[in-house]
Design a protein around this ligand. Sequence first.
Ligand SMILES: Nc1ncnc2c1ncn2[C@@H]1O[C@H](COP(=O)(O)OP(=O)(O)OP(=O)(O)O)[C@@H](O)[C@H]1O
Ligand SMILES: O=P(O)(O)OC[C@H]1O[C@H](OP(=O)(O)OP(=O)(O)O)[C@H](O)[C@@H]1O
Length: 229
Amino acid sequence: MTIKLGVPSKGRLMEKTFDWFAKRDISLSRTGSDREYAGRVDGVDGVDLVLLSAGEIPRELAAGRIHLGVTGTDLVQEKLPRWEQQVEEIAALGFGHADLILAVPQFWIDVDALDDLDAAAAVFRKTHGFRLRIATKYHRLVREFLNDAGVADYQLVDSQGATEGTVKNETAEMVADITSTGETLRANHLKLLSDGLVLKSQATLWRSRVARYDKDDKQALNQLLDRLV
Ligand SMILES: Nc1ncnc2c1ncn2[C@@H]1O[C@H](COP(=O)(O)OP(=O)(O)OP(=O)(O)O)[C@@H](O)[C@H]1O
Ligand SMILES: O=P(O)(O)OC[C@H]1O[C@H](OP(=O)(O)OP(=O)(O)O)[C@H](O)[C@@H]1O
């Protein structure tokens, strides 16, 4: 068998992951046409590259279909219940830094922190007859965070992309999303809650605790990890 290494198939995470491995003299590359999701690994034996959506890598690790995978801490913690039992963190890769935060419209001048939100949410429900809507794709993490903060008068609405646009589009009153430079929030007239940081995330190399390893795989894995960390 071979060790299967799952890497994001496109965008900033893919390129930076390729660079990170290249610095350790392991070359990852996409093969075939621009649109073909096939890849190869040079510089180490017994390892296959599997190109996947960043959001699917946690599930593939948890199912044991890949042995190693690169994706953000946010996606692992969101997608995998009791994630520590399913995956082991091998190395933080030093890129893909992003904060999962709560943000409200800038014109909500009375709402700067979670306590204010709690009060505003109760008023919102009374006035509108439904709970304030928070758009996000991070359902588990946001629910846990708001539960711990004692905020209950809200509902989550699913948004898998362009989340900051939901407020202008009037499908949500506020958002819980990733921010890096803060530009997208500013451009959409949103502001962070001062104590609304849910999670700090970065790209990380994970090992599946579930995947099967025969004797050759174990050797290949150890050789690979010796080179990487
Ligand atoms: N602006 C950003 N800067 C740095 N990292 C980011 C940024 N936006 C998202 N990320 C991180 O990149 C990773 C992948 O993000 P995202 O879920 O947006 O994937 P995607 O590129 O939409 O991939 P896919 O749709 O294929 O799953 C996440 O861990 C996320 O924290
Ligand atoms: O703070 P910034 O540097 O502006 O980055 C934050 C934006 O980057 C990500 O979006 P992405 O570009 O992946 O698009 P998406 O919203 O469709 O997921 C994230 O969802 C934010 O919208």
